[in-house]
Design a binder for this molecule. Structure first.
Ligand code: X2X
Length: 333
């Protein structure tokens, strides 16, 4: 690959024609990394977007996808997209918040009660506020956020029915200060690990529990190493589709328009995919042996209030962001 890059960086007439047709490089040969298996709707729709971009740009923009942490875990990909080592990345809001703290605002515990609230906030003022904060880090963010989903709690120990069941539970959470704070507030014993380490850490019992949306529990086969799945719906999480700032600026306006339209449209399709999956996946996970239960939110919320979670995070996010969140979901703290 480095040979090809050298050739494409120094366009010498006749040189590329000496290569087999397949090896010809595009004017913009770009890399996109993500942390999910190829079977997840994020990767299926991203592939669709990249095919469309190649076609509509008449071969000028060729985006190669590196799924499933092939290029390293989230923390690695976040630094690569900043340095230009990769051109695109889809960090969860929880993950990009290690760089842009306000980006975790959508993950405040039990804030959103349904997708209408989620998309009106994230396609509206709250999302715009977060994208402006990300822009300050010289990263471009596409307008339409992609869905991860409402996060659910799985365990090899016992079902979670009330906040008491989280007491001392060794649970993996993403590399996210908000997730750590929230699960500490709930009385659990959280550990931050990148997603690339989740399956093996559950398998080897480094942790007993984890929390993720149902489609991820399914495609990452976490049911093989977990017994119980409690539909706690404690966080709504999404993926921001981001681009390295210099890569983005280098693209001429016509190509920017093609790339934006394809990625935003694919994101809208991906939201639908997750919605449909949410409806069908419960039965599938049950048939694979996961015991599913549906706890009420109230004991968890009460415990978080008691722990001062909402007050603390209102202070950390600031009044403006908090106000935009409350505009969508009602009073929280
Ligand atoms: O790491 C996770 O749990 C995941 C896949 O949901 C995120 O990207 C935050």
């Amino acid at each position: 690959r480095s040979l090809l890059r050298t050739l494409s960086a120094v366009p010498v007439a006749g040189m590329t024609t000496a290569l087999p047709a397949m090896a010809q490089t595009a004017e913009f040969s770009l890399k996109y990394g993500n942390n999910l298996p190829v079977t997840h709707p994020l990767n299926i729709r991203a592939k669709e977007a990249c095919d469309r971009i190649l076609k509509e740009s008449k071969g000028r923009v060729d985006i190669k996808i590196f799924p499933n942490n092939q290029l390293g875990g989230d923390t690695d990909m976040l630094s690569q997209v900043r340095s230009g080592g990769i051109d695109f990345f889809t960090p969860s809001a929880l993950v990009i918040a290690t760089l842009v703290p306000v980006a975790a605002i959508n993950a405040v515990g039990f804030a959103f009660s349904d997708y209408n609230q989620v998309w009106s906030a994230m396609d509206g003022d709250l999302g715009a506020h977060v994208r402006a904060a990300i822009a300050k880090m010289h990263l471009h963010t596409f307008e339409k956020m992609w869905d991860n989903g409402f996060r659910q709690t799985t365990s090899s120990k016992a079902p979670i029915t009330t906040a008491k069941d989280l007491d001392g539970l060794k649970i993996r959470v993403p590399v996210s200060p908000l997730s750590i704070s929230m699960f500490k507030g709930l009385g659990a014993s959280p550990t931050s690990l990148q997603f690339s380490e989740v399956y093996s850490s559950l398998q080897t019992k480094i942790v007993d529990a984890q929390e993720n949306p149902l489609p991820i529990i399914q495609v990452a086969k976490l049911y093989e190493v977990q017994k119980f799945c409690s539909l706690t719906n404690h966080i709504w999480d999404g993926y921001w589709f981001i681009a390295n700032g210099r890569t983005w600026e280098r693209l001429p306006a016509d190509l920017k328009a093609i790339v934006s339209a394809a990625i935003n449209d694919a994101g809208m399709g991906q939201r639908d995919d997750i919605k449909k999956l949410n409806e069908s996946v419960v039965g599938d996970l049950q048939s694979k042996g996961l015991a599913i239960n549906r706890p009420a939110a109230e004991t968890f919320r009460a415990k978080l209030r008691e722990a001062g979670f909402y007050g603390e995070w209102k202070g950390r996010f600031g009044d403006e962001a908090w106000g935009l969140l409350e505009k969508s979901v009602g009073k929280l703290a």
